[in-house]
Write a new protein. Structure first.
Length: 267
C-alpha cells in the first residue's frame, strides 16, 4: 500500500492521523516501511498493524514516543488493541526515573523535529524538512500528543511565564487530559523557535504576526485544494497533500524573497 492508501485505511479509527504524522513516526524509528526503487514508501499488513498499535498507545495511554519505542524494541503483541491502564502507569513511572537521561533524549527529539522527518532515508532530508513541516501545519486536526508540559520546558529552555505567554497569544496550543497538558511535535518546534527569538528580545506578542500570516496563508491553500479534499478517495487525498506541500514550499520561498527585498538596504 502507498502512504495515501494507509492514511485512508487508518482515518476511520484515527481521524487525527495525517501523512506528516506517519512520516514523523518513521523519522523517530517507530516504523520502517519498505522503499521502492523510485523512493516511494510501501506498506505491508505488518506495518499497518504496527502503526495501529502505536497510534492506539498514544491516544489511549498517552505514552511518550520513547516509551512506545522501548516497548517495540522489546517485542510487543500488536493484537493488544485496547488500553492497558496499569501497564501505561507503570511505564510512565519507570520513564520518570533518570531525569538526566530524559532531558538528553528530549533535546534530541527537539533537534529531530526541527530538522523535519526525512522524505528519503539518505541524501534529501535537509532540503525537504521545511516543506514537510509546513505540510504538517496545514493538515486539519490535532496530531498525536507526545510531550508533557515539564518535558517541553526542559527540552526548550522556556520558563513557565514564557510558555504561558505563547499560549495566551495562541502560538502554542496544548491538549488537556485531566489536569495535565500534552504537546505535539509542532508545539515543540514553535517553543524552541520562540526561545531562540527571546534571545534577541522578541516576545510572544511580537511573534503573533507569524501566526496571523500563517492562518491567512493556510486559508488560501485550503480554498485552492478544497475540491480535492471533498473527494473522499485516497488518490484525491494524496494529490491534495502534494498540492498543499508544493504551495507551502512556494509560500516559504516567496516570504524569504520578500523579506530579503525589504531588508536589502541593510544586508
Amino acid at each position: 500500500m502507498s502512504i495515501g492508501e494507509v492514511l485512508s485505511l487508518l482515518q476511520d479509527d484515527f481521524p487525527d492521523v495525517t501523512i506528516s504524522k506517519i512520516r514523523f513516526l518513521e523519522s523517530q524509528g517507530l516504523i520502517d516501511p519498505e522503499r521502492t526503487p523510485s523512493g516511494y514508501r510501501k506498506f505491508y499488513e505488518g506495518d499497518i498493524r504496527r502503526l495501529r498499535w502505536i497510534l492506539r498507545q498514544q491516544r489511549e495511554s498517552f505514552l511518550p514516543l520513547k516509551v512506545i519505542k522501548n516497548e517495540l524494541d522489546q517485542g510487543v503483541d500488536f493484537s493488544r488493541d485496547h488500553d492497558n491502564g496499569g501497564a501505561a502507569r507503570s511505564l510512565r513511572a519507570d520513564d520518570e526515573k533518570g531525569s538526566d537521561q530524559e532531558a538528553a533524549q528530549s533535546a534530541a527529539r527537539v533537534a529531530a523535529l526541527q530538522e523535519g522527518p526525512p522524505e528519503r532515508k539518505a541524501g534529501t532530508a535537509g532540503r525537504a524538512a521545511p516543506r514537510r513541516r509546513d505540510t504538517g501545519a496545514l493538515q486539519s486536526g490535532v496530531t498525536a500528543l507526545t510531550l508533557g508540559r515539564e518535558e517541553l520546558l526542559e527540552a526548550t529552555g522556556l520558563d513557565e511565564a514564557a510558555l504561558d505567554e505563547l499560549e495566551r497569544y495562541g502560538l502554542i496550543v496544548g491538549g488537556k487530559v485531566g489536569s495535565s497538558l500534552f504537546y505535539d511535535e509542532e508545539a515543540v518546534v514553535i517553543a524552541q523557535l520562540a526561545a531562540d527569538f527571546a534571545g534577541h528580545g522578541v516576545e510572544a506578542r511580537h511573534l503573533r504576526m507569524y501566526k496571523v500570516a500563517a492562518e491567512r496563508e493556510a486559508n488560501l491553500i485550503e480554498q485552492l485544494v478544497m475540491h480535492l479534499l471533498k473527494q473522499r478517495n485516497p488518490a484525491s487525498r494524496e494529490r491534495a497533500t502534494e498540492t498543499m506541500t508544493e504551495l507551502a514550499s512556494l509560500g516559504e520561498r516567496m516570504r524569504a524573497a520578500l523579506l530579503r527585498q525589504a531588508l536589502r538596504g541593510h544586508l
